[in-house]
Design a protein around this ligand. Structure first.
Ligand code: ASP
Length: 712
């Protein structure tokens, strides 16, 4: 670790109280210096993370894009419903739709493997900044620096893999050009479904309630990790046995109350807090509105096409869910960043920094900002075009197909046989999946929309390939209409048999094909790739300015530097707490099952599960000693610092016992990714008492409670 960065860390330690007021996703190796006992932790921090041995973190795993935690000594993992339920798809049929009904294995033999899902357990981590930054000391050009760093990372990783072939080795950039950490993991490849509640429990409230509080979603599920008989990670095999984790979490079935201390250990995905104010401006002006508006359009279009085509709708349901999740998150971010005037306050902070620093430092700070602001302005000037290209090439399968077919043709023309065969093999597999996913009606509507959008771009956002190919005369609308009608009418490119035949037998003929999509791609490609390279170049130059920006900011403001979330293990802590989302409105921090019943039928997203309805009518709370449904907590709210990737993270009490499973944030807290704030940053978990009641009483899976040593 270089000295300045060390200083950042030690200052961060000194100011730990101040840091909490700022939120914080603490890298796991730094938590020893936090005064967590003072905040409410009752266990020893060394029992959470201990570099030389055991610790609670050994119970926390990275599960696909989510987090999970071991809750038994037989590899049982608890996570969110939305992190695992897709695994039921291959086992679902129209007559037996497990995605909807959920699944209780009942015994280990009946647990269902989830193809492609892995679970990673952290073994150790080391600061490798000095080695990774070797050779960059006197390099100021961002691109050169990035290339050296990338090479150093690759060779360091290769050497580590040789030393530890059983481990998954990752080197994470904690701050570009400044700090790098090496992480060694065990990756378990055989993960099986144990218990997934019905969808009207795990997803109750659907999109209507996504990113909202009050919440009544039973977003939990159980999977199990299996390994070979030798205890080592292995591909799925019937002979595999449950993994025995070093640690698993105990459960606090009594739950907690408002203002109690809680903490979370997990794998948050991405935040952007250490960047200059103009990054926020770029997000507010370009990124968030462009992407969220485009996704709104896509969702509405898919839904209206799906209204007359059930098959299309079923196929696109996961996609709608994905798009809607981002769309609402981005709209939430935009709303809050505007209402709190985030850009303005960050500008004011930069002014304050410049005023606080001494003359020499202040001049460096201003110079640094001038350079980065100029780079953000350059990025902004081509932002729409850049997003347009990226979305066009990924969303229109016709364009993607044409591009890939041209790639094979170019490779055939310019490469040696061996290289060509490699490119051909990879590109053909992309083409195959594009043929599988193309839906011509949607594709044509999408491409038409994109061309219309581009016809309104001006200045440096104009797309030159369209001007030369399509927009030669004034009536752009008509040209677009004619182009679309022609392109999607019985076109050779949609005939996969013929296309594969040409690629395999006569690749030299591809160039001569008369095809409107290939023509379009040919005209767009040069500027598309140039725009992409320019964006990469600006980003690299910005990264090169970041270490100085962060150092000077630290110098002026004191200890509030923490590396942004980057999918490495973090701890965050806080308190169970309600909040005021708007004037004269206070939200309390617990919901109960009663709210589920109250919402029942209000919209298609709210369908009370029949078994829950029956149990509520009977006041059947089993061993839970509850009077009635007003007593059974369902979800809870707290002010820790989380983001995407924290889904499935364990919510723990001061003794490190499990009290809930984190799954979401309230709408205002989507802006967390840029700035945490006590007034609006609230995360949401499903209460473990609801998990236990549902597992036992609704789904009859008492054997899991026994496995978790729940005896009450
Ligand atoms: N819902 C998010 C996830 O799926 C969690 C969050 O963003 O707070 O990871």
């Amino acid at each position: 670790m270089n000295r300045r960065y060390l200083k950042c860390f030690s200052l961060a330690l000194l100011f730990s109280l101040h840091l909490w007021a700022e939120g914080g996703m603490y890298p796991i190796n730094t938590i020893g210096s936090l005064n967590l006992k003072k905040e409410g932790l009752k266990m020893d921090v060394k029992d959470i993370y201990n570099p030389s041995g055991k610790g609670l973190i050994k119970a926390v795993v990275q599960l696909g894009g989510c987090t999970g935690s071991f809750v038994s000594d037989k590899g049982l993992i608890i996570t969110n419903h939305h992190c695992a339920f897709g695994g039921l798809e291959p086992y679902s049929t129209p007559g037996n739709n497990l995605l909807e009904k959920g699944y209780v294995a009942g015994s280990q033999e009946k647990e269902l493997p989830i193809k492609g899902l892995t679970c990673k357990i952290l073994i150790s981590n080391t600061d490798v900044s000095t080695d990774i930054l070797k050779g960059t000391e006197s390099v100021s050009d961002g691109v050169l620096k990035k290339n050296i760093i990338a090479k150093n990372i690759a060779s360091y990783k290769a050497a580590e893999v040789l030393k530890n072939p059983d481990y998954t080795i990752e080197i994470a950039e904690m701050l570009p050009g400044k700090s790098y950490m090496l992480f060694r993991y065990i990756t378990i490849k055989d993960i099986r479904i144990v218990y997934i509640p019905a969808r009207n429990i795990g997803e109750f409230g659907g999109e209507s309630d996504n990113w909202e509080w009050p919440r009544h979603t039973g977003d939990f599920s159980f999977v199990r990790a299996y390994v070979g008989k030798d205890g080592k990670s292995a591909d799925y095999s019937q002979d595999n046995v449950p993994f025995h984790p070093e640690e698993f979490l105990n459960i606090n079935a009594k739950g907690l109350a408002e203002n109690d201390f809680v903490f979370i250990v997990g794998y948050p995905g991405r935040t952007f807090r250490n960047l200059p104010a103009d990054f926020i401006k770029m997000q507010e002006e370009f990124t968030l509105p462009y992407i969220s508006d485009l996704y709104t359009w896509e969702i509405n279009t898919i839904k209206s096409l799906g209204a007359g085509d059930a098959k299309f709708m079923i196929k696109n349901e996961p996609k709608i869910k994905q798009l809607a999740n981002v769309e609402k998150n981005y709209k939430g971010k935009l709303k809050t960043m505007r209402s709190i005037a985030l850009y303005k306050s960050r500008l004011e902070e930069e002014q304050k920094i410049a005023n606080k620093l001494n003359i020499e430092q202040s001049a460096r700070f201003k110079n640094n900002l001038n350079k980065s602001n100029a780079l953000y302005a350059s990025m902004g000037s081509i932002a729409f075009k850049s997003y347009w290209y990226n979305n066009l090439y990924s969303e229109s399968k016709a364009i993607a197909l044409a591009d890939n077919i041209r790639t094979i043709s170019n490779a055939f023309r310019t490469m040696k046989t061996e290289e060509y065969n490699k490119i051909k093999k990879n590109t053909l597999s992309l083409i195959r999946s594009q043929y599988k996913s193309i839906y011509v009606s949607y594709d044509s509507i999408f491409l038409k929309k994109m061309l219309l959008d581009a016809s309104n771009f001006s200045g440096s956002n104009m797309v030159p390939g369209l001007n030369t190919l399509l927009f030669k005369n004034e009536n752009k609308m008509q040209v677009i209409r004619e182009y679309i009608a022609k392109a999607y009418k019985k076109n050779l490119i949609f005939d996969s048999t013929s296309i594969f035949k040409i690629i395999n037998d006569k690749p030299e003929k591809i160039e001569k094909l008369k095809d409107p999509f290939m023509d379009l791609v040919k005209n767009l490609n040069k500027d598309y790739h140039e725009t992409d390279s320019l964006m990469t170049y600006y980003k690299a130059q910005l990264d090169a300015l970041l270490p100085e920006y962060v150092d000077l900011r630290m110098e002026a403001l004191g200890g509030d530097f923490l590396p942004d979330a980057n999918r490495t293990l973090r701890l965050t802590y806080g308190y169970i707490r309600g909040y005021h989302p708007s004037d004269a409105t206070y939200c309390t921090p617990f919901t109960t099952v009663r709210g589920m019943a109250e919402k029942d039928g209000a919209a298609p997203d709210y369908r009370l599960n029949e078994d829950i309805a029956r149990l509520l009518n009977q006041n059947a709370f089993g061993a839970y000693k509850l009077k009635d449904k007003n007593d059974l907590p369902m979800c809870l709210l707290y002010n820790t610092d989380t983001t995407g990737g924290n889904s499935g993270s364990p919510l723990l009490d001061g003794n490190g016992q499990l009290i809930g499973i984190n799954f979401d944030r309230c709408l205002e807290a989507t802006v967390n990714d840029y700035a945490w704030n006590e007034s609006y940053s609230r995360s949401i978990a499903v209460d473990i008492r609801f998990v236990l009641w549902t597992t036992s009483m609704v789904s009859g899976a008492d054997y899991l409670l026994k496995e978790m040593y729940i005896t009450q």
